[in-house]
Each structure stands twice: as structure tokens, then as C-alpha cells.
Design a protein around this ligand. Structure first.
Ligand code: URP
Ligand code: ZN
Ligand code: ZN
Length: 459
């Protein structure tokens, strides 16, 4: 299949120009002005629209056994939702708990995705235990194209690693050239604060944030920085929510620690008042680290604009309100942590970032696509519009106006954290490796078109 995208406003992380893009098969083969093609070529008129590289979400959970339940999406629902929202590549956290074998877990996560994903995908491999077998198993997984690990400094005795295991994971990662993504919170302080709050009768979702204050996250980041410094490993802090945590990472960066920072869209657009809503409504906004007070938002947008924060992901972790979030009525520590967002990251970042003048278009593309491709071994195959790159393309209509609602979203959850929010723009047409998967904002594609992306260590 050959497709010509005509007369679009092409924006990458570095360039902003008008032109035509020829996609032959799965690849971009020509970029120019006024390209002529035969009648057998499908022409998509992109006049008045932006043409972006396919967006990459570097932090999602789809299959997730967690907090006594399972995340609600599967690849069928999540990948279609992602695509309609302009995301063409998902990096899922493959999260075995401490009792599970990593290779078996990798096979399970892969089986859930292969042949069932409408968009391309890969995994960060979580290391939740490091015993005598772990090193050879992780080497096998890296040989199968997985070039990043994940560690949790929270969720003790479930996903969480002990310090000796953290050290061994980072040392191996350094040797292999694999980057380690990390959830940074101090679990000991969380447990103590949770117990104290519950003992005082403070059981509602509004007490989730006080049980995990900024100091808990900052302590986690500081801890990771010490281990990264000692091992020389390259590390990536996931879902960074607040000013002091970013500052600790930046201080480490300036003394030579190889660290990159991710934030996620909920922290940029939501504040702690959402989790403080009455009638247990706040449970919809419980995630970890928690949504912070509004003053942190200004800092995060600023750090994003100055490219101190590399990426904006979602940490998509979808749980229904009915039956799942409700497990925590009367005890906030039992509310499954996570917010469903995979469909709306790009639109929220565009509407509440670009349209508000907080970031420019190139920064938008950089933090929602290009940096993830570079950090996780996908660039220049993904993350840009260039000859030879995969034809993953989003034709974005800045004139479209919409409203987010659970009634219309494609995610499997029964609620949206952004119910009724207006959106300025939408992904009109989305190509994945040269195939039109979304047209007029509707999924029209093949639900099994997505492929596992083989990655080589690059760090
Ligand atoms: O609240 C969150 N973030 N849920 C998903 C699991 C994780 O910690 O990323
Ligand atoms: Zn996490
Ligand atoms: Zn996560």
C-alpha cells in the first residue's frame, strides 16, 4: 500500500515546515513539496492539519494484577483507545511480583499482546526479586529485544526490590547497556503514615496524598540517585509528580548521574482537590505518587518547557469505579492505584499545554514521542518523520472541538477522570507502519496489526 499525505504542516521535535510525505509499505520513503504520484496511490489531504510522528507512551499498564484485582483493559481495548488518541507505540510495564519467574512473566505479558494489539508495543521488564537465577533470565529477556528494566522502590514484598537487589539490577543494567526505569517512593515511611492516618479514623481517598507526601517521593528519588551514582547505571524516574523530586534528580544530573525524568499527564492537569472530592468521588483520582497541589503543576510545565523533564507518559492503570475503586471504601490504602488515561494524553497535552502557550509544538512532539524513542532504543525508526522511519503518522486537526467522556471513550473503565473536559483538536487520521488505523477520528483498522518492537541496549 502506498499513501501520499499531501500539504500537511509537518512538525517533529526539531522541524516545522509544510510538505508532502510518501509512505511505501511500512516506511516513509520521500518527503518533499508538490510530490506527484499515480492513480494507484491513496492521497490524504492534510491541508490545515498538523502532521506529527506517531506518539509513544513509554509507561502504561494493560495486564496488571495489582492490589487484589486486575487492571480493566486488555490489548484490544487499550491499543484502540491509544490509537484514536494518536499513540502508535505503547511501552507496557511487564510486572511480575516477587514470587513469579521473570521469563514466565515475560511470556505471559507477550502472549497477552501478540496478535491482539492494534498498535506497536514493547515492554519494560520489571525486576521484583534478584536471586541466583535472575541474571541469566534477564539476559535471555534482553536478547529477546527488551532493552529496559523497571524497579519499584514502593509496594514492598509485592513488586518492590530490596536494596541489595536494586544494586545488583543496576550493576547488571550498566554492564548490558540497559536503562532502568524506577518508581521512586520510600515504602517504610508510607506504611507508617498509612497506619497512623487509619488509626486516627482518616480513611477516605483524600488521605492518600498525606500518606505519600512529597518527602516520600523525594526520598525515593534521592535513594535511587545514590545507587545510580555508585553503579553508573542509566536510570529513568517514572511518574515524577512534584518540584522537590525533580530538583533532586536535577542536582544528581549536574554531578554526572545518568538520569532522565518522566512526568505523566495527570500531574500536569489535575491537582489534589480532585482526590479530595466528597462521596468517595476522590477515589477516581488515587494514583501513586499522588496528584499534588496546584503549585507543583507550574513547576512541572516549566521543567517540561526547558526540557528538564524528558517525557510525558500516562501511567495508564485502569480500574473501574464500581467494584474496583470501591474496594477501598472505608480504607484508602485498598483503593487500586491508577487513572485510565491512554486515550487522552496527546489531546490533553495539546489542549492544556500547546494551546495555553505552556509548551511549543516541537516540545510537544519531543516529550510525547521523540524522547521516548531515543531513550528506549526506538529512534529513528520511531519518534520522528524522516526518510527510512516507520510510517507511524498522526494527522491532527487543530480545529476539531470535543469533550472527553466515559460514554464515548474506548478504554474499558466505567469512568473518566476528565469527564466533561473540553478538548481543542484531535487525531483525525493515524497510520501505523503505513496502514491507516484511524480515519475521521474513528478506529477503522486491524486489531492485530501491532508488532513487538525489537530493541537493542543503547546506554
Ligand atoms: O498509581 C499507579 N501509579 N498505578 C500503577 C502502578 C504504578 O505504580 O505505576
Ligand atoms: Zn509506579
Ligand atoms: Zn506505572
Amino acid at each position: 500500500m502506498t499513501i501520499l499525505i499531501r500539504n500537511g504542516h509537518i512538525v517533529t521535535a526539531t522541524d516545522d515546515y509544510h510538505g508532502d510525505i510518501l509512505c511505501e509499505g511500512e516506511t516513509i520513503t520521500l518527503i518533499g513539496e508538490g510530490l506527484n504520484v499515480g492513480d494507484d496511490v491513496e492521497v490524504i489531504d492534510a491541508t490545515g492539519k498538523y502532521v506529527f510522528p506517531g506518539f509513544i507512551d513509554p509507561h502504561v499498564h494493560i495486564y496488571l494484577p495489582f492490589m487484589g484485582t486486575f487492571a480493566k483493559d486488555n490489548y484490544g481495548t487499550a491499543s484502540r483507545a491509544a490509537l484514536v488518541g494518536g499513540t502508535t507505540t505503547l511501552i507496557e510495564m511487564c510486572c511480575p511480583n516477587r514470587t513469579e519467574d521473570p521469563v514466565e512473566a515475560f511470556e505471559l505479558w507477550l502472549a497477552n499482546a501478540e496478535g491482539r494489539s492494534a498498535c506497536d508495543f514493547t515492554f519494560h521488564m520489571a525486576v521484583s526479586r534478584f536471586d541466583d537465577q535472575t541474571e541469566s533470565k534477564l539476559r535471555q529477556i534482553v536478547d529477546r529485544g527488551i532493552a529496559s528494566f523497571k524497579v519499584f522502590l514502593a509496594y514492598k514484598d509485592f513488586f518492590g526490590v530490596h536494596d541489595d537487589e536494586l544494586y545488583k539490577t543496576l550493576r547488571l543494567a550498566k554492564e548490558l547497556g540497559v536503562i532502568v526505569t524506577a518508581h521512586c517512593e520510600n515504602e517504610t515511611i508510607i506504611t507508617e503514615l498509612q497506619q497512623r492516618l487509619l488509626a486516627d479514623g482518616k480513611t477516605g481517598p483524600e488521605f492518600h496524598e498525606p500518606s505519600r507526601p512529597v518527602g516520600v517521593e523525594t526520598a525515593g528519588v534521592s535513594h535511587l540517585m545514590s545507587f545510580a551514582e555508585a553503579t553508573g547505571a542509566h536510570v529513568y524516574i517514572v511518574h515524577t509528580s512534584c518540584k522537590p523530586a525533580v530538583e533532586v534528580a536535577l542536582q544528581a544530573m549536574t554531578r554526572g548521574v545518568n538520569v532522565w525524568v518522566e512526568t505523566v499527564i495527570p500531574y500536569l492537569v489535575l491537582d489534589s482537590t480532585y482526590a479530595e472530592q466528597s462521596n468517595f468521588e476522590g477515589a477516581k483520582y488515587v494514583m501513586s505518587p499522588p496528584i499534588r497541589s496546584a503549585d507543583h503543576q507550574d513547576y512541572l510545565w516549566n521543567a517540561l518547557r526547558h526540557r528538564l523533564i524528558s517525557t510525558v507518559a500516562t501511567d495508564h492503570a485502569p480500574f473501574d469505579f464500581a467494584g474496583q475503586k470501591e474496594m477501598g471504601r472505608g480504607d484508602f490504602t485498598k483503593i487500586p492505584n491508577g487513572i485510565p488515561t491512554v486515550q487522552h494524553r496527546v489531546d490533553l497535552l495539546y489542549s492544556y499545554g500547546v494551546c495555553q502557550g505552556l509548551i511549543d509544538l516541537c516540545t510537544f512532539v519531543d516529550c510525547a514521542s521523540t524522547q521516548a524513542a531515543k531513550l528506549f532504543g526506538l529512534f529513528p525508526r520511531k519518534g520522528t518523520i524522516a526518510i527510512g522511519s516507520d510510517a507511524d503518522i498522526v494527522i491532527y486537526d487543530p480545529e476539531c472541538r470535543g469533550v472527553i467522556s466515559a460514554a464515548t471513550h474506548l478504554m474499558a473503565t466505567d469512568y473518566s477522570a476528565f469527564e466533561g473536559w473540553p478538548i481543542e483538536g484531535r487525531s483525525d487520521t493515524v497510520l501505523v507502519r503505513g496502514r491507516v488505523q484511524v480515519r475521521d477520528g474513528q478506529f477503522v483498522g486491524d486489531v492485530s496489526h501491532g508488532q513487538l518492537l525489537m530493541r537493542k541496549p543503547t546506554h
